[in-house]
Design a protein around this ligand. Structure first.
Ligand SMILES: Cc1cc2nc3c(=O)[nH]c(=O)nc-3n(C[C@H](O)[C@H](O)[C@H](O)COP(=O)(O)OP(=O)(O)OC[C@H]3O[C@@H](n4cnc5c(N)ncnc54)[C@H](O)[C@@H]3O)c2cc1C
Length: 327
């Protein structure tokens, strides 16, 4: 059965690799852009469920992804590293983090422990938090690794734009739609929306912990986080719902530095390697389902992963394989 995957970001590549593992041999990826020119290249690559729904399905997908990432650590070329991750909350948590059962090392943090780890923070600012050890898939290594793995197993990757499914469904192929934010236009899906992000890649001068702050106002456009990777640190960021701007905004940079330096003072004067901006593919819910086209051809949709593309990719790919098998 020929399979055509649309999109060569983290979603399309994970599906390609998993379908090959399941025994499908005739698979091609068609994509308007290839790494390093996809939204997936803009990401920090941290495993952390963020700005994606529904939580009920995300827990399973993120758990499966966590486990796959842990296995991939034995392949250095896959670019997977581990980080000590702190989520700081502006209130006292009454429950464990909803994602805690997906990770291996986790504990809730009392304010006393937070102040011991971050002694410069004012008392009362973060009354609680969560600690976990989580993987990072560094996109500049991980995406080329997946492309190589897919090609070595006989997959083909072509640059091309598919304007409508009918153009390829006539060739009697199963279509896997991993077009991210651009699914809005391809499918005419009004529930897809951009969540603009902007980050800086800076020199790592010995930072090994990653931090994210939960904003007091869930609608805030500020998303403050640092991600310590093997050779650099990601400083972020913003989460601007409905904003389609993909160029870097200079005024956002100073805000990011000020907010990150407040939680990680070693980043007050960073050596900036690169600025990046991109659109998280927001959707009311991740769309992972099968659709039958009028010509009888099957499309498996897998898009709308918001800020969690690297957190759910393997779990979603497993489900895509199940849907293809069920055809
Ligand atoms: C600043 C920022 C930081 C982020 N950090 C993280 C993080 O730390 N952890 C995390 O889990 N997530 C993070 N994300 C979210 C993550 O990047 C996305 O969820 C993920 O990249 C979505 O991957 P995708 O493969 O679905 O889409 P994309 O990477 O956008 O790939 C879609 C592909 O489809 C192709 N395409 C589109 N339309 C067509 C068409 N009609 N025909 C052919 N090809 C087409 C495109 O060219 C592209 O190659 C971040 C996002 C941003 C912007």
């Amino acid at each position: 059965m020929p399979i055509t995957i649309l999109g060569c970001g983290i979603s399309g590549l994970s599906c390609g690799v998993k379908l090959q593992e399941a025994g499908y041999t005739d698979i091609r990826i068609i994509s308007r852009t290839l790494p390093p020119h996809t939204t997936s290249d803009v990401a920090g690559g941290l495993w952390f469920p963020y700005k994606a729904e529904p939580i009920s399905r995300i827990l399973g997908w993120s758990k499966a992804t966590f486990q796959e990432m842990m296995l991939l650590r034995s392949h250095p070329e896959a670019g997977i590293t581990m980080t000590r991750f702190f989520q700081l909350l502006p209130h006292k948590a009454s429950n464990d983090a909803w994602w805690s059962s997906a990770v291996e090392v986790y504990r809730p943090l009392a304010e006393k422990e937070i102040l011991a780890e971050f002694p410069y923070l004012p008392q009362g600012r973060f009354p609680s938090g969560f600690y976990a050890e989580v993987p990072i898939a560094e996109p500049h290594k991980h995406l080329p690794y997946l492309m190589n793995r897919f090609r070595e197993q006989g997959g083909s990757i072509e640059v091309g734009v598919v304007e409508r499914f009918a153009d390829i469904s006539a060739k009697n192929t199963v279509i896997v739609n991993c077009t991210g934010i651009e699914a809005k236009k391809l499918v005419g899906d009004e529930s897809v929306f951009p969540i603009r992000g902007q980050i800086m890649v800076v020199k790592n001068t010995g930072i090994s912990r990653s931090i994210t702050i939960e904003a007091a106002d869930e609608h805030s456009e500020h998303a403050t986080y640092t991600i310590a990777r093997s050779e650099d640190v990601i400083m972020g960021g913003v989460a601007m719902v409905g904003n389609w701007e993909t160029s870097v905004d200079e005024t956002t940079v100073s805000g990011i530095i000020a907010r990150c330096a407040a939680i990680e003072p070693a980043l007050a004067n960073p050596t900036i390697i690169q600025h990046k901006a991109g659109l998280r593919p927001g959707r009311t819910e991740i769309r992972l389902e099968r659709e039958k086209l009028p010509d009888g051809c099957a499309v498996i949709h897998n898009y709308g992963h918001g800020g969690s593309g690297y957190t759910v990719n393997w779990g979603c790919a497993d489900e895509v394989v199940s849907l293809v098998k069920s055809l």
